[in-house]
Design a binder for this molecule. Structure first.
Ligand SMILES: Cc1cc2nc3c(=O)[nH]c(=O)nc-3n(C[C@H](O)[C@H](O)[C@H](O)COP(=O)(O)OP(=O)(O)OC[C@H]3O[C@@H](n4cnc5c(N)ncnc54)[C@H](O)[C@@H]3O)c2cc1C
Ligand code: SF4
Length: 542
């Protein structure tokens, strides 16, 4: 987004990308059958989410380790390709609501943002118009409506979920996803192949190479350097950033690019790593870190899943349930935390039904009544049960805590000698209680649908099935914004308090997590920051 806005405003931009070039329009495995691969599409080391998945990277990258403090658990998904994780993300594109920017005022925990919903709302509107998103106008107070294309109709199992939610008093509305259900800004509408995670050959969903980097290249003002692993931000005698030192991964050589303005957008934790590694006599704790806050307040979304078998959906009439990648419905947070034993809410993502078969479904046929066996009987069972499942994924808000942060590991370096991150992680009772509520709700939903849950209720000792920190891949907050330079890294324009020509345009500036996925807010903030840079340059202030 920063490259898009800045080049269109007339700036010359150099984009350093650690991975290679990528454009889904050329490289996506859309419309490839699982049986066209010897692995039936199963994972490879570079594509842990399946061979046809659109993201090169994963939990482990050869030669680029990270470490986790003893006794803690944390997982870090990194992409190494142009456009990063936007090539395969779920494209659930939710605005934060007014309360999400003033969480401390609401419940006394964490901190308020230095901006309000009203400050960011015009940028959400413009991201909606630029990128395209479907949804429905609902008027829900803390789940603001956007400028929506029409949503696709619910699938059969989604209709069943909707009916059940209505009976249980759970809000259930059309999904809000950045997929084009109509032609938009020269891009064609979706043809409902359901393979968004592979990237879209028709450019009908949002990934940054197709929607932002392509148009930025067309300005002629964007220089793209791929295979360029940024190592540190360099600083001059005046204390301003002078550019970025990077490794040319092809030759292994150290290189440097000079710049008047530096914008970090390497994903939240990687940007924090770059700042912490940018040490100098003037900035011995790392750059923009006089507060000591770089790396602190790390959060991820809470998550847990429950799936079940719904006999009512067995032996269905074969029908076409194709649709967009992701659910056509979702449940925004619908309860009042004042009446619950945990703060902050969650939303629910729904899955199941007749998606195109891959290498197995819903954890295996043996989980169904009398499931298993050989030959004709087994085939009949697959036909009978296929599509008769539903699953719920809770995605909730974590409250930032002092024990969850990343720092530079004093001993370990990557293959280029760059010190790596060490993660420290703790969930608190707030998150455990919230996840317990998710489990109970999902089990109640499946029971109300007349179904059978596949797995027993997880115990308190197992954290009620809470996903490992980082596993939901929404890491945020490690270069947080704020009005006070002693307690925050960036000001309300995502500009470093300590270095006025240095900005951060990823999830690092977030002050709280919200019960929404973060990327629409990353895009809106990045657009806002980039326009601020343009204004400041025009005014001669930076
Ligand atoms: C499977 C999956 C599903 C998701 N679903 C959703 C969803 O439905 N909704 C939602 O809101 N969010 C979702 N997310 C999260 C979303 O993908 C991220 O919030 C978003 O991509 C973050 O954007 P970013 O630019 O900060 O980081 P990234 O997308 O990770 O991009 C970082 C870029 O920086 C490059 N880079 C990193 N380090 C360096 C370096 N040292 N030097 C040079 N370049 C570097 C990387 O190669 C990459 O191109 C999902 C993520 C995953 C993995
Ligand atoms: S479902 Fe639509 S947007 Fe997604 S990959 Fe297929 S055509 Fe593209």
């Amino acid at each position: 987004m920063a490259a898009y806005v800045l080049t269109r405003a007339g700036a010359k931009v150099v984009l350093l990308e650690a991975g290679g070039r990528w454009d889904s329009r050329t490289y996506s495995a859309m419309l490839t059958w699982p049986y066209q691969s010897p692995r039936r599409g199963a994972p490879t080391s570079e594509r842990p989410f399946g061979e046809f998945d659109g993201c090169i990277g994963g939990w482990e990258i050869a030669g680029e380790p990270y470490t986790v403090a003893e006794g803690d658990r944390f997982s870090w998904w990194r992409a190494r390709m142009l456009g990063g994780r936007t090539n395969h993300w779920g494209r659930i594109s939710l605005r934060f609501g007014p309360d999400d920017f003033r969480a401390r005022t609401v419940d006394g925990l964490g901190d308020d943002w230095p901006i309000t919903y009203d400050d960011i709302q015009p940028f959400y509107d413009r991201v909606d118009r630029l990128v395209g998103i479907f949804g429905s106008v609902e008027g829900l107070r803390n789940h603001p409506d956007g400028i929506f294309l029409p949503p696709p109709r619910p699938r059969c199992y989604e209709l069943l979920v909707k009916q059940t939610c209505d009976r249980l008093g759970i809000t259930c509305i059309p999904g809000r996803i950045s997929v084009l259900t109509r032609p938009h800004n020269g891009r064609p509408g979706c043809h409902y192949c359901g393979q968004c995670n592979r990237g879209c050959r028709t450019n009908s969903n949002f990934s940054s190479p197709g929607v932002l980097i392509g148009p930025a290249m067309e300005t002629g003002r964007l220089t793209l350097l791929t295979g360029a692993m940024a190592r540190e931000v360099t600083v001059g005698g005046t204390g301003l950033a002078t550019g970025v030192a990077y490794i040319d991964k092809t030759t292994g050589q150290d290189r440097h690019v000079r710049a008047r303005i530096v914008v970090l957008a390497a994903s939240a934790c990687e940007s924090a790593r770059l700042l912490l590694n940018s040490k100098s006599s003037r900035f011995p704790q790392g750059l923009a870190n006089s507060s000591g806050v770089v790396g602190r307040y790390l959060t991820d979304t809470t998550g847990t899943d429950v799936a079940g078998f719904i006999p009512k959906m067995m032996d269905h009439v074969p029908h076409n349930e194709d649709g967009t990648g992701g659910g056509h419905l979702y449940m925004p947070w619908w309860l009042d935390n004042k009446k619950l034993d945990f703060p902050r809410g969650y939303h629910v993502e729904v899955w199941g039904g007749l998606y195109p078969p891959s290498y197995g479904f819903m954890g295996g046929i043996h989980r169904y009544p009398e499931g298993g066996g050989y030959g004709k009987g087994l085939k009949e069972q697959y036909r009978r049960y296929y599509g008769a499942t539903v699953g719920f994924s809770g995605r909730g808000e974590m409250v930032p805590n002092a024990d969850s942060f990343c720092e530079i590991d004093p001993k370990v370096v990557d293959r280029w000698g760059i010190p790596v991150l060490r993660f420290n992680w703790k969930w608190s009772d707030y998150e455990y209680k919230q996840v317990k509520h998710m489990q109970e709700t999902f089990r109640a939903l499946i029971a109300e649908m007349g179904g059978q849950v596949f797995s027993p209720m997880p115990s308190a000792e197992s954290g009620y099935g809470i996903a490992t920190g980082g596993a939901i891949i929404h890491e945020l907050g490690v270069t947080r914004m704020g009005n006070n330079p002693k307690t925050s890294v960036l000001n309300k324009n995502c500009q470093a308090h300590d270095v006025k020509n240095l900005f951060v345009a990823d999830g690092g500036p977030f002050v709280s997590q919200a019960d929404k996925n973060p990327t629409w807010t990353i895009l809106a903030l990045s657009m806002r920051t980039s326009e601020y840079i343009v204004e400041q340059r025009r005014a001669g202030a930076i």
